[in-house]
Design a protein around this ligand. Structure first.
Ligand code: ATP
Ligand code: MG
Ligand code: FE
Length: 334
């Protein structure tokens, strides 16, 4: 089957053509980062306007690169949520127009299902599996007993890990989005500051990063007040060490409790070199099959939405023309 997929949930306008949920025929991503940089974060109104300007061009480019016509499509898929409502609506309406005009099925996809299924664009995935989802808005451990079935066994109680990266980066005076900058600095620094590890209750798979974030901000403030210099590299390395300890530690326990075939890493923060390396080291001598997507499939893109949509296509789980952008869409109800 051939699916045209559209993603506009945040600040990337993207369209892709995916064959059988596994082969990328095209994956065009237009990032708005430059427009949001001067505000230090994504401005929803600016994002919506960019999506409107870009969407038609990006879809045409994706179709052209895939070298197909609309008549060849089996379905059109779109991120239904979660995300910025105004941004989601641009993608949803574009998808609806294509579905109606070409009389093909419409598929609504959960953005996080997309991040997880990005792994399927590399190699087939096998169940049961655990996914560690780390992104700008989510930090979750997801258990999947089969295709299209999601059970959240742990999630953040406050900040998402990507959000913590971006806020700490901002405090250090680094540009938006700060995650990649912290990652780069961390590799050059040493863990000289002992930041807290938020383990929560001993049997909990939940996460919390706001305490760590506050601790970094307070530490920087104290250094400042004493007029002492602090190496940004060391702050980055110390912060990243705390994040990775908790992410890897909780994942290790989750993998022990739930017998799984595979462990998938997913989401924008999956691009983090320190995290990728720590997970590889942790699981290399175990029988856990760890899968980490290439960098281009970690951050937002429409190819991953096409991969997740393929599951719904096979199950004939189509949306009707009243499909709407849903910022609070529930992964477990997919
Ligand atoms: P969500 O997927 O939860 O809706 P989102 O789509 O905004 O949120 P993604 O695009 O998946 O988030 O990921 C963006 C986040 O990933 C940002 O917070 C960014 O700082 C972070 N990020 C990207 N690369 C890295 C990196 N190398 N190290 C740490 N964080 C990173
Ligand atoms: Mg983004
Ligand atoms: Fe995302």
């Amino acid at each position: 089957e051939l699916i045209l997929a559209i993603e506009t949930s945040c600040d990337e306008t993207s369209a892709a053509v995916i064959e059988n949920g596994t082969v990328i025929l095209s994956n065009v991503v237009s990032s708005q980062i430059e427009s949001h940089k001067r505000f230090g974060g994504v401005v929803p109104e600016v994002a919506s306007r960019h999506h409107v300007e870009q969407i038609t061009i990006i879809i045409e480019q994706a179709m052209e690169e895939a070298n197909i016509t609309f008549a060849d499509l089996s379905a059109v898929a779109v991120t239904e949520g979660p995300g910025l409502v105004g941004a989601l609506l641009i993608g949803v309406n574009a998808a609806k127009a294509i579905a109606f005009a070409h009389n093909i099925p419409l598929i609504g996809v959960h953005h996080i299902a997309g991040h997880i299924y990005a792994n399927q664009l590399v190699e087939p995935i096998s169940f049961p599996l655990l996914a560690l989802v780390v992104s700008g808005g989510h930090t979750e451990l997801v258990y999947m007993k089969e295709d299209g079935h999601f059970e959240i066994i742990g999630e953040t109680r406050d900040d998402a890990v990507g959000e913590a990266y971006d806020k700490v980066a901002r405090t250090l005076g680094l540009p938006y989005p700060g995650g990649p900058h912290i990652d780069r600095l961390a590799a050059e620094g040493k863990e000289t500051i002992d930041f807290p590890r938020s383990w929560l209750e001993p049997d909990s798979f939940d996460f919390s990063f706001s305490g760590l974030k506050s601790s970094v901000i307070n530490t920087l403030h104290n250094f400042n007040q004493r007029g002492e210099e602090v190496k940004k590299e060391d702050v980055a390395a110390s912060f990243q060490a705390s994040v990775i300890d908790v992410l890897v530690g909780k994942t290790r326990r989750a993998v022990k409790k739930h017998e799984v075939n595979q462990l998938l890493l997913a989401g924008g923060v999956a691009a983090n070199k320190g995290l990728r390396h720590a997970l590889e080291k942790e699981f290399e001598k175990t029988n856990v099959d760890l899968r980490i997507p290439p960098l281009s499939l970690c951050t937002d893109n429409a190819a991953m939405i096409g991969a997740a949509a393929s599951v719904k296509w096979r199950k004939q789980k189509f949306a009707s023309y009243d499909l709407n952008g849903n910022p609070g869409l529930d992964l477990e109800q997919q």
